[in-house]
Design a binder for this molecule. Structure first.
Ligand SMILES: Nc1ncnc2c1ncn2[C@@H]1O[C@H](COP(=O)(O)OP(=O)(O)OP(=O)(O)O)[C@@H](O)[C@H]1O
Ligand SMILES: [Mg+2]
Length: 238
């Protein structure tokens, strides 16, 4: 087991965003994380990645506790995330955006080596021609690709993807699903993936965790999840 959460709760003032959430992610899997708006998916990511501290509960990565560690330490242990709301450093070039992430991970490496790797990553996400342009010139889809390059620059063993398919057409979704599968198949990166595009998640995920109102409704293979009356009810009630 690569990642495990035990009884994670998170309260924001009067809002109970997560209530005793137990979950795990198997090494080498693509695990989907779905649930209606406000279910607590992004909050769970923020807790795993160290951006938020849980009100109670514990998280473990590769068998070691990571609860409450600062985000940069969790990143160095091998967890990277992309953000639902993309936020690159707008006035920095795409290359510099990726470099910031790479330098955080490998401060000891020579700048030239980091830069070459960053350019290579930008090429892999289809942004080779934008390397020296400021990130604010990118459209939303390109910004999401930049996010992915930044996450990959930290050489994660676990990648947390938060709604990366938003705004894509059917053809682009299919390509993105293949790209995400390749991250797992070719690079061995384990993926925990929040997505509202059900077809994509059901096609790519080995296992799907369903959150509803801050609780785990079920965690099962996609085929079982789509036919689960509780899951259908949770979405219909939205
Ligand atoms: N920083 C915050 N301060 C206060 N409340 C918050 C904060 N972040 C999230 N919440 C609340 O916690 C609950 C869970 O939010 P979260 O963003 O985790 O949901 P989500 O499952 O990612 O939803 P979506 O599918 O819309 O992205 C919501 O009720 C939300 O309003
Ligand atoms: Mg969210």
């Amino acid at each position: 087991m690569l990642l495990e959460g035990r009884k994670i709760s998170k309260r924001f003032g009067g809002v109970q965003a997560l209530s005793e959430v137990d979950f795990h992610v198997e090494e080498g899997s693509i695990t989907g994380l779905i649930g209606p708006n406000g279910a607590g998916k992004t909050t769970l990511f923020s807790i795993v990645a160290g951006a938020l501290k849980p009100t109670s509960g514990r998280t473990f990565f590769e068998g070691r506790e990571i609860t409450g560690l600062p985000a940069d330490q969790i990143c160095r242990r091998g967890i990277a995330r992309t953000f639902q709301i993309v936020r690159p450093f707008a006035s920095m070039s795409c290359l510099e955006n990726v470099l910031v992430a790479a330098v955080n991970r490998h401060p000891e490496r020579p700048r030239a080596a980091l830069e070459a790797a960053a350019r290579d990553l930008l090429g892999q996400v289809g942004l080779a021609d934008f390397a020296d342009q400021e990130a604010r010139h990118l459209n939303v889809i390109q910004k999401k690709r930049l996010e992915l390059a930044r996450a990959l620059a930290t050489e994660p063993r676990l990648l947390l993807l938060d709604e990366v398919l938003g705004g894509l057409n059917t053809q682009e979704i299919q390509e993105a699903v293949e790209d995400i599968r390749a991250l797992r198949d070719r690079r061995g990166i384990t993926i925990l993936w929040i997505e509202h595009v059900m077809g994509a998640i059901m096609q790519a995920a080995d296992r799907v965790i369903v959150l509803d109102q801050g609780r785990v409704l079920t965690a099962a293979p996609p085929r079982e999840v789509v036919s689960d009356p509780r899951v259908i009810q949770a979405y219909l009630g939205e």
